[in-house]
Ligand binder design. Structure first.
Ligand code: PMP
Length: 311
């Protein structure tokens, strides 16, 4: 066995204190326990395996990705085990911990301004340009269908096994949309009446888009890895039944509760997801538990003001 076999098959735990008194349980998939510390280990491995199988990638080549950090860490791990070089392009708003960690893992890190998708300086556009100019393989998490597929084939299948097929709703944020589209699509195929809900930071344009088809205004927020000013290609609207808007304040307060009351050492987007999942559970019109994911570990955020304030 090598380390890549340790990706996935994460525990699904009940949030016993947080869901007390609610009509249905709230269950959280511990993606922070993946070897690279996030749900993105799954897609990093899936994208590389898929590209190798299609003859697009051979060991010794260079991978390039536009990543806010977690996909970079997953790719660094896969690159180390399978013999690739890695270049990560990230916007400057991302935490210095994430940047430093990637460089320490041996990746070349390129920082871009916080530019909108239409700008040539936007991190995704820079990564695509570098891939073209230098002959690097663009792993392309925002568009690559292997991202959605691995969540259908692993994350969703594990949830179905771990719940015995009884799921009332699934709620999660969307960065690339891979988790929500993949898990949502599989659950909809297997569980009649299941509700798929986007957990969106206040300031992201995606919740409006889910509800009306038109993205909302673009605002600022501090939760990392989820939300966007425009819908990513891998987020498929037809899978979604609704959206919950969650403020930074509520997300970060929930992370503190997850750490202190449940022993779950997770990052900011886990707070967003759990706030949304608890709201969905509270409505009381579901036949089974609400499931969510805890996308990453707290260690990448401990220098951030929102977590420094806890001591
Ligand atoms: N939370 C964090 C911390 C992330 O890095 C990401 C990925 N960008 C997500 C949630 C969302 O996952 P997905 O890309 O599958 O939508």
């Amino acid at each position: 066995m090598n380390l890549l076999a340790a990706i996935g098959c994460t525990p699904l735990v009940r949030l016993e204190r947080l869901d007390a008194g609610l009509p249905v349980p709230v269950l959280a998939k511990c993606e922070h326990l993946n070897p690279g510390g996030s749900i993105k280990d799954r897609i990093a491995l899936a994208i590389v395996v898929d590209a190798e199988a299609r003859g697009l990638l051979r060991p010794g080549m260079t991978l390039v990705e536009a990543t806010a950090g977690n996909t970079g860490v997953g790719l660094a791990l896969v690159a180390a085990v399978r013999g690739y070089s890695l270049v990560c392009v990230m916007p400057e708003k991302m935490s210095t911990d994430k940047r430093t960690a990637l460089a320490q893992m041996g990746a070349q890190v390129i920082i871009t301004p916080n530019a909108p998708p239409s700008s040539p300086d936007n991190f995704r556009n820079v990564a695509a340009r570098l891939a073209e100019e230098r002959g690097w393989f663009l792993t392309d998490q925002f568009r690559n269908p292997a991202n959605i597929r691995i969540h259908e084939d692993t994350t969703a299948v594990e949830i179905l096994e771990q719940t015995g097929g009884r799921v009332g709703a699934f709620a999660a944020g969307a960065g690339t949309g891979g988790t929500l589209t993949g898990v949502g699509r599989k659950l909809k195929a297997m569980v009649p009446g299941v509700r798929i809900v986007l957990a969106d930071p206040v300031g992201s344009a995606l919740a409006d888009w889910v509800e009306t088809g038109t993205p909302g205004p673009d605002g600022a927020y501090a939760v990392e890895g989820i939300g966007a000013s425009e819908p990513p290609e891998n987020l498929h609207r037809e899978v979604l039944d609704g959206a919950e808007r969650v403020s930074d304040e509520d997300s970060f307060a929930m992370v503190r509760r997850l750490v202190r009351e449940e022993g779950l050492y997770v990052g900011g987007s886990a707070g967003t997801n759990v706030v949304a999942a608890l709201r969905v559970a509270r409505r009381g019109d579901l036949k089974g538990p609400v499931v969510t994911v805890l996308p990453d570990s707290w260690d990448r955020y401990r220098a951030k003001p929102w977590m420094q304030g806890w001591t």
